[in-house]
Design a protein. Sequence first.
Length: 264
Amino acid sequence: MKLGYLLFVIALFSASPFTALAQSQVSLLPGWQAEDGTRYAGVRITLEPGWKTYWRSPEGNGIPPQFDWTGSQNLVNARIHWPEPLVFTNFGLRSIGYENQVIFPVEMTPKDPNAPIDVRLGLFYGVCEAVCIPAEAGISAAFAPGQEVAAQDIRLALASRPRTASEAGIMTHSCRIRPQDEGYAVTAKLSTSAPLNADFAVFETGNEDLWISMKAIQSHADGLTISAQMDYYGSGAFAFDRSALRLTLFGPQGAVEVRGCPAA
């Protein structure tokens, strides 16, 4: 997708759980309340035909969605769950995201499960056709205890997450990191109980100053070997938290998410 003219679409906070923009619509879905008081809600983005939006690590010129819950009441934590995305190639660039519609399940922890959660969401995201457009929506809603709306849609979105390492038959995995002329070379090895094919891998370090880019991926009868480059864009010394690493594999069998990367 080609980054062309940048147009900003801004919607002021709406008292309705629905905001319509030029190429997309954003809505808050109340979902349901679990027995422990946790609410499973949803943020839905509906796109005009031909338009796409992005995953959390979109590659290319993609704009990852940013969720801001500032101003919400009776909300201690809001954890986003990411449905399995699609892979697009336009203008020779690869990007990762969604088309038509996506529901991001949100696991909400209220301070008081017996009181309403007053939600204020500031959402910054990108939509793309031939031109990429940053979009910003402000939306609010009140979720009452026991309220249940669109629960089945949110459950389907939760079920569509990438497979875990164990679900994909990955038995062990490790990373070797060594200095090179520029940056660091990373070699990730995954041992599997059955052949696992992957076209490419996305590394997320949990540190915005530390980037790992895949160079090559090889499939073997008993696993995968991924070669990558790690670069640091901050200042001073840094520590690499192996437990924070998230590796997502994309291939013909769908996406697989691997957490952490112990030393080889």
